[in-house]
Ligand binder design. Structure first.
Ligand code: AMP
Length: 623
C-alpha cells in the first residue's frame, strides 16, 4: 500500500497535504506552488492542460477551459441550467438528466473533469514524496448531499485513488486548527469561490462533534466578481456605447481582471484595471481603463457579503449556543481575505477571527490529519457529523411527523408510534420525506412503501412503530412494524435523495417563509382530524340508537352530525370547532343510552399514517 494524502478539491483552487507521524504538511509542486487552480483545458490538438497552465490560456480558449466544475458535481441539468450562467464552456444534459460539459463534441461528466484535476494532484504528491500515492481523504462542503459525495468518490476512483473517506470541509478545518485536548467550541466560517457555509463544532478531549451546519451553495467569490464585472461593463458601455457582453473573448478578460482587482482590493484601497484592445470602435481599437476603489467594491458586493451573517446566527441557534460560548472563529476559503468579510465576522462574533491559519491550506491539512487517524498513526481523535435536514413521515392530512431532526449527530436512530386512520385498515402507506416544512408538500419526497397485513382493528388501535436509522455514511434505513403481529417492512433511502445543496438551502428558506401559512394549514388539519374522529364515533352510536331508541332521542344528533359533515370541508375553523363541541356533547348522551360509550380520551397514539387502502385491494390511494 502506498501513501495516503489529504485533498481539498476546491471550486477555485485545490490543495494537498500529507501527514508524517500525525503532523500535516502541505505538498508543493515542483515550481513551489502550494495550491493549484482547479481548472482543466483541452487544446485544439486534444492535449489536456491542468492547473495554472490551463488557467493562463483561458482567455484565448474560453470554450474549452473548464473551471468551477465542483459546482456541477452530482447535480441535475435542470437544476443548474438556469443557475450557472457565468461560465464560458457549454453545460449539457448527458442523456440521463445529469449535468455534464461538452468540449469539442465530446461530453465529459463532472467526475471525469474532477478526476483530471485529481490525477494531476496525485502526480504532484508522488513527485514531492518520491513514492506511490494510492489512498486519499477528499474533502467536500458540509452541505454536499449523498449523490455529490458519491460523485466526488467516483472522481477519486477514476483518478486511481482508493478514497478512504469523504470528509466535510469545516470538520477538516477544525481538525487542523484545534489541539484535541480540552474542551472548546468553535465556528468555521467558510466563504470560497462558489459556496458559503458556516459550522459550529465542539471538541471535548479529542471528540470533534459538528453541532450545526448551514450554508448557501450558490453564494461565493464568483458572485462578487459578477457584481464587479457588471459594473465595469456598464461603465464601459456608457462611455463608449460598446456592449462587451456580446463579444466572445471580452467577458472572460473582464472577469479575470475583475477577480484580480477584487483580490488586490483586499490589500489596497484602490486599483486600476487596464485591458488594452478590448473592443473595436468606429475609429479603431478601444482600451478599457478604469479605477476601482475598495469603497465601490463594498457598495457593489456588500449586500451579498451581508447575507452570510443571518446564517451564522441560525447556525448558532441550531447548535443551542450563544455568541459568548464560542472560543474561536476560523476563517476558511479565499473570500475570507476580503476586509469587509473579516470586519462583519468580527463584529458579529465579537471576536477577532483566528489569524494563525492559512484559509487556502487549512482544509487540506485537516484532511491529512484525518488520513493519519484512518491509517492508525493518530488515535487521539474521533469525528461526529450531523444530518443537514429533518427527516420524517407523512401523516393524515399531509403533515410531516419529524423522526430525526436536522443537525442530529450521525449515526443515529429514532422511532415513533403511529396508528391507522380507518377501521379494519390492513395497509398503511409510509411516505418518507425530508425538509423543514410541517406540511408534506413543501418537502422533498424520498420514497414510499407499504406495511401490509395489519390485524383487523378499530381505527387508532394498531400500534405501528416507524424506525429511522442513519449510518455513519449518511444512508437512511426506514422500517415500519405492526407491534401486535410483528409484520415488518423497510426501505433504504438516501437522505439527500438527489437533493442538491441548492435544494437544501431552498427548502430551508421556503420553510422559514411559509412557517405562518403552514401553521394555519396545520390548525385546519388538526381540526379536521378531530372532526373525523367525532363523526366516526357519533355515526357508530347513531347506528345503534336508530335500532334501539325512540327517534326524538337521536334526531338532534343526526341533524348536528349532518351539519358537522358539511362544515368539515369548509374553510371556517371556528365553525367546525363549535360543531364538534355540539356533536360531542349530544353523542355523549346518546352513546350512554345505547351503551356504546366512547371515551374521548386520546389514544396512546393519535398520529394516523396516511391510508393507502382501507381494505386490501380497494385501491383508495393516498394523496
Ligand atoms: P476557494 O474556493 O477557497 O479557493 O476561494 C476562491 C475564491 O476566493 C475566489 O473567488 C477568489 O477570487 C477569492 N479570493 C482569493 N484570494 C482573495 C483575496 N485576496 N481577496 C479576495 N478574494 C480572494
Amino acid at each position: 500500500m502506498g501513501r495516503t494524502i489529504g485533498i481539498d478539491l476546491g471550486t477555485t483552487n485545490s490543495c494537498i497535504a500529507f501527514s508524517d507521524g500525525g503532523h500535516p504538511t502541505v505538498i508543493q509542486s515542483k515550481s513551489g506552488s502550494r495550491v493549484m487552480p482547479s481548472v482543466v483545458a483541452f487544446s485544439a490538438k486534444g492535449e489536456r492542460l491542468v492547473g495554472l497552465v490551463a488557467r493562463r490560456q483561458a482567455i484565448t480558449n474560453p470554450k474549452n477551459t473548464v473551471n468551477s466544475i465542483k459546482r456541477l458535481m452530482g447535480r441535475r441539468y435542470a437544476e443548474v441550467s438556469n443557475q450557472i450562467n457565468d461560465v464560458s464552456y457549454e453545460i449539457v444534459e448527458n442523456g440521463n438528466g445529469d449535468a455534464a460539459v461538452r468540449i469539442m463534441d465530446r461530453i465529459y461528466t463532472p467526475p471525469e473533469i474532477s478526476a483530471i484535476i485529481l490525477q494531476q494532484l496525485k502526480l504532484t504528491a508522488e513527485e514531492f514524496l518520491g513514492e506511490e500515492v494510492t489512498d486519499a481523504v477528499i474533502t467536500v462542503p458540509a452541505y454536499f448531499n449523498e449523490i455529490q459525495r458519491e460523485a466526488t468518490k467516483a472522481a477519486g476512483k477514476i483518478a486511481g485513488f482508493n478514497v478512504k473517506r469523504v470528509l466535510n470541509e469545516p470538520t477538516a478545518a477544525a481538525l487542523a486548527f484545534l489541539e484535541p485536548q480540552g474542551k472548546k467550541k468553535l465556528v468555521v466560517y467558510d466563504f470560497g469561490g462558489g459556496t458559503f457555509d458556516v459550522s459550529v463544532l465542539q471538541v471535548i478531549e479529542g471528540v470533534f462533534e459538528v453541532k450545526a451546519t448551514l450554508g448557501n451553495t450558490t453564494l461565493g467569490g464568483d458572485d462578487l466578481d459578477t457584481k464587479l464585472v457588471q459594473w465595469i461593463m456598464s461603465e464601459f458601455k456608457s462611455e463608449t456605447g460598446i456592449d462587451l457582453s456580446r463579444d466572445n473573448i471580452a467577458p472572460q478578460r473582464v472577469r479575470e481582471a475583475a477577480e484580480r482587482a477584487k483580490c488586490e482590493l483586499s490589500m489596497t484601497h484602490e486599483t486600476d484595471i487596464n485591458l488594452p484592445f478590448i473592443a473595436t470602435g468606429e475609429s479603431g481599437p478601444v482600451h478599457l481603463e478604469i479605477t476601482v476603489t475598495r469603497n465601490l467594491f463594498e457598495e457593489l458586493a456588500g449586500n451579498l457579503i451581508h447575507e452570510t451573517i443571518p446564517l451564522c446566527k441560525d447556525a448558532l441557534d441550531d447548535a443551542g449556543m450563544k455568541i459568548e460560548d464560542i472560543d474561536h472563529v476560523v476563517l476558511v476559503g479565499g473570500s475570507t481575505r476580503i476586509p469587509m468579510v473579516q470586519k462583519l465576522v468580527e463584529e458579529f462574533f465579537k471576536k477577532k477571527p483566528a489569524q494563525s491559519v492559512n484559509p487556502d491550506e487549512v482544509v487540506a491539512l485537516g484532511a491529512a490529519i484525518e488520513s493519519s487517524v484512518l491509517t492508525g498513526q493518530r488515535k487521539d481523535l474521533v469525528l461526529i457529523d450531523v444530518t443537514p435536514l429533518t427527516l420524517g413521515v407523512e401523516t393524515l392530512g399531509g403533515v410531516l411527523a419529524p423522526i430525526i431532526k436536522r443537525n442530529s449527530p450521525i449515526p443515529t436512530r429514532n422511532s415513533r408510534i403511529f396508528t391507522t386512520a380507518s377501521d379494519n385498515q390492513s395497509v398503511v402507506g409510509v411516505h418518507v420525506a425530508q425538509g423543514e416544512r410541517e406540511i408534506i408538500d413543501g418537502n422533498r419526497s424520498l420514497g414510499t412503501f407499504e406495511l401490509r397485513g395489519i390485524t383487523a382493528a378499530k381505527r387508532g388501535e394498531p400500534r405501528i412503530e416507524v424506525v429511522f436509522e442513519i449510518d455513519a455514511s449518511g444512508i437512511l434505513n426506514v422500517s415500519a412494524r405492526d407491534t401486535t403481529t410483528g409484520q415488518e417492512q423497510s426501505i433504504k433511502v438516501n437522505p439527500s435523495g438527489g437533493l442538491s445543496g441548492h435544494d437544501i438551502e431552498r427548502l430551508r428558506k421556503e420553510a422559514a417563509a411559509n412557517a405562518e401559512a403552514d401553521k394555519i394549514r396545520l390548525r385546519f388539519v388538526a381540526i379536521r382530524n378531530e372532526a373525523d374522529e367525532v363523526i366516526y364515533k357519533a355515526s357508530k352510536s347513531l347506528k345503534v340508537a336508530r335500532e334501539e331508541l325512540d327517534k326524538e332521542s337521536w334526531t338532534e344528533l343526526e341533524n348536528e352530525l349532518k351539519k358537522l359533515k358539511t362544515l368539515r370541508d369548509e374553510e371556517d375553523p371556528l365553525a367546525i370547532e363549535k360543531a364538534i363541541a355540539v356533536v360531542r356533547q349530544l353523542n355523549s348522551s346518546v352513546s350512554k343510552l345505547v351503551e356504546v360509550f366512547e371515551s374521548d380520551e386520546e389514544n396512546a397514539t393519535s398520529e394516523f399514517l396516511n391510508s393507502i387502502s382501507k381494505v386490501e385491494g380497494e385501491g383508495n390511494s393516498a394523496k
